[in-house]
Ligand binder design. Structure first.
Ligand SMILES: [Zn+2]
Ligand SMILES: [Zn+2]
Length: 421
């Protein structure tokens, strides 16, 4: 006899839009409620759920594909909310920014976001919470500062939801602490289920040497980076090597870095971030912005895919000169200017031909295939593995690897599908 259900409301056979409902006869817990955007930047929300049916909402981290739809649940009252304090702080910043950019397309405004954040309970890693007939705790997931995996005891089954997870050490993060766990059902991300990342030290040194070549040739290196985590990781990589070149920091990367500075416990090499924010040039207005590309040096600016923000402004200024460079360090979504430049050497919407040197570096903060297999090998009592947050092609390659190596049942439910336990 089954005692519950896992219902995929989002992130089934797709990357992003995370939303997983764990139901038992006594109540239900929603894990993340994120949003994706289509090529015209319209929001794509997860399947609907009635807020009053929820015993709790747990937000694993502050990326919009995990928190972007959550305010919809708080339009009138809303369920108890649990997250780390840093996840709530950064989520507030990102949700406000999302409202600024796509306000008319959203069913909520800043006051609803503020209400939701105010109702959140701050959890430390390992702290045990009981709601209806569930017990759960957050575990460090190694993905971005404040991020968590969730371990849930639901009557006679233990369920692990890894959410976005990383087992590689970075400047900002220690690897996920999920080894030796006992979990009957593992719901795991499969973004990179079919590939492996190169070793981080190699990427870092190739990245640094490439920057050096450009700067020493009197060029400007533009590094568009995601505002949350990736931008600050790049700051730390540069601060560690102490290059002595002018380095400029612009956009929301700066605001998020300031929040991270207030939360030393979440940052592995906190001193590097302090150093970067003290020694690098922080762009505070148009005067600074115009200075930044006038001399050879490095500009780190959001947004990471050149969809907007100061990085796009700098691109227009530096693209024409072959002495300059555009170094992409974030995932480039389909249809974004960043992806177009990599594929065609041309930013179509902007009508800018790119004469600057263009390169992409793999600084992913998602677990790869090797990492997933290693993680599963070190866990106990697994009965079922559920793949989410990945495309079907990568999932089927990963699923056959898992079955071959361990013999577990592997499922990749689509959005709207349920699995009983
Ligand atoms: Zn995600
Ligand atoms: Zn994420």
């Amino acid at each position: 006899m089954s005692s519950g259900n896992i219902r995929v409301l989002g992130s089934g056979r797709e990357v992003g839009r995370a939303a997983i409902l764990v139901e038992s006869s006594g109540g239900s817990i929603l894990l993340d409620y994120g949003v994706n955007f289509d090529e015209r930047d319209n929001p794509i929300f997860p399947e609907h759920v009635r807020p009053r049916d929820l015993s709790a909402l747990i937000l694993t981290h502050s990326h919009l594909d995990h928190v972007g739809a959550a305010p919809m649940l708080y339009i009138s009252s809303g369920p108890p909310l649990y997250a780390t304090s840093l996840t709530l702080d950064v989520s507030r910043l990102l949700l406000y920014d999302m409202i600024k950019l796509s306000g008319p397309n959203l069913p909520f405004d800043e006051s609803i976001v503020a209400e939701m954040i105010a109702r959140g309970t701050h959890l430390n890693y390992g702290e045990i919470v009981e709601v209806s007939d569930f017990k759960f705790k957050l575990l460090p997931s190694g993905h971005i500062p404040g991020s968590a995996s969730v371990l849930i005891e639901a009557r006679d089954k233990t369920i692990l939801y890894t959410s976005d997870v990383n087992v590689m050490e970075t400047k900002l993060m220690r690897p996920a602490e999920l080894r030796d766990l006992e979990a009957n059902i593992v719901i795991i991300e499969s973004t990179y289920g079919s590939t492996n990342h190169p070793p981080r030290v190699e990427t870092e040194s190739r990245f640094y040497e490439s920057i050096r070549e450009v700067v020493e040739g009197n060029g400007v290196v533009l590094i568009p980076a995601f505002s949350v985590s990736r931008g600050q990781e790049i700051l730390c990589i540069l601060a560690e090597r102490d290059p002595g070149w002018p380095i400029w920091v612009d956009g929301m990367i700066r605001d998020v870095a300031e929040l991270y500075l207030q939360n030393p416990g979440y940052i592995r090499m906190y001193g590097l971030l302090v150093k970067a924010m003290r020694e690098f040039n922080i762009v505070r207005g148009w005067h600074d912005r115009k200075m930044a590309y006038k001399e050879s040096g490095v500009i780190i600016a959001s947004s990471g895919m050149l969809k907007g923000g100061p990085s796009l402004y700098y691109l227009r200024k530096i693209a024409d000169n072959p002495r300059n460079a555009l170094f992409l360090v974030s995932f480039q979504g389909r249809g974004t200017p960043g992806r177009q430049i990599l594929e065609t050497g041309f930013a179509l919407q902007e009508e800018i031909p790119i004469r600057a040197r263009v390169e992409w570096f793999d600084f992913s903060s998602h677990i790869d295939q090797r990492g997933i297999l290693e993680l599963l090998k070190n866990m106990k009592n697994i009965e079922k593995v559920i793949l989410v947050h990945g495309v079907p092609k990568a999932q089927s390659i990963l699923a056959s690897k898992i079955t071959e190596e361990f013999g577990f049942e592997v499922l990749n439910p689509g959005v709207g599908e349920s699995i009983s336990f």
